[in-house]
Ligand binder design. Structure first.
Ligand code: UDP
Length: 241
């Protein structure tokens, strides 16, 4: 165990789709277990962890709105989907002995704690993983923005964005084999070039609060701990590239 981890406290953002594994929809328990094992390993190195999980594997407000549900209602449904994912992650963490708490931005007292900033900080100090559910609690936002907001509120040293690939590329590396991977980018680059890393409000919020965004692959077992040691493949987004 390292006494001085590179990052004291981080927020890990995982999209809902990352929980699907090979499935087309929903929650693949083996995948959730793998991510939980990664969090456990990274936490044991001495970093405090909080998490935001998306809901796109279950429900996406924008596409439901396009089909006729009014946008705010559809977005509330999307936020509820994130609560299911948070509970799945909590169960996976607790199966491997990692204490965790779910805090929802929409109070749901029979299911989990409401979001209370100071209480979340106490949980983190006690070594618990805090999973923030229901996004920001507001329609017309995304869980990326929720992640940037909670990372700022929790005074996190980094916002880790777990994606399908090991960083930010010049074009989609799945479609363009010659696509270049960036080791570092500035917030300005990401915003000006409209690089699809996180939505613009999440990037702006992180920039204002000087929280670096680290993009890495959530599909590579052990990548999270490696990134937190300052090793491994990732793109670091900060004030200067
Ligand atoms: N959502 C919302 N407000 C928030 C966060 C999420 O309305 O603060 C809704 C929105 O409808 C979104 C859905 O919840 O489509 C799922 O979140 P998101 O699309 O960010 O999940 P991800 O793409 O990360 O899986």
């Amino acid at each position: 165990m390292s006494s001085t981890p590179k990052y004291r406290r981080v927020l890990l953002k995982v999209s809902g789709e990352a929980l699907m594994g090979g499935q087309a929809f929903g929650i693949d328990i083996a995948t959730v277990d793998r991510i939980a094992a990664d969090v456990k390993e990274a936490k044991e190195a001495g970093t405090q962890h909080c998490m935001v999980i998306g809901g796109g594997n279950i429900f996406r407000g924008l596409s439901a709105a396009a089909k006729g549900i009014d946008r705010s209602t559809a977005d509330y449904m999307g936020m509820l989907a994130t609560v299911m994912n948070a509970l799945a992650m909590q169960a996976a963490l607790e199966r491997i002995g990692v204490e965790s708490r779910v805090q929802s931005a929409i109070p749901m007292s029979a299911v989990c704690e409401p979001y209370i900033r100071r209480r979340a900080l106490r949980h983190l100090e006690k070594g618990r993983v805090v999973i923030f559910a229901a996004g920001t609690g507001n329609p017309f936002f995304t869980t990326d923005t929720a992640a940037a907001l909670r990372a700022a509120e929790m005074s996190c040293n980094a916002l880790l964005k777990g994606t399908k690939v090991d960083g930010v590329y010049s074009s989609d590396p799945v479609k363009v084999p010659t696509a270049e991977r960036y080791a570092a980018l500035s917030y300005h680059d990401v915003l000006a070039r409209d690089l699809k890393v996180m939505d613009a409000s999440a990037v702006s919020l992180s920039r204002e609060n000087k929280i670096p965004i680290i993009v890495f692959s959530i599909n590579d077992r052990g990548a999270l701990a490696a990134v937190l040691r300052g090793e491994g493949r990732a793109t670091v987004i900060g004030e200067s590239a």
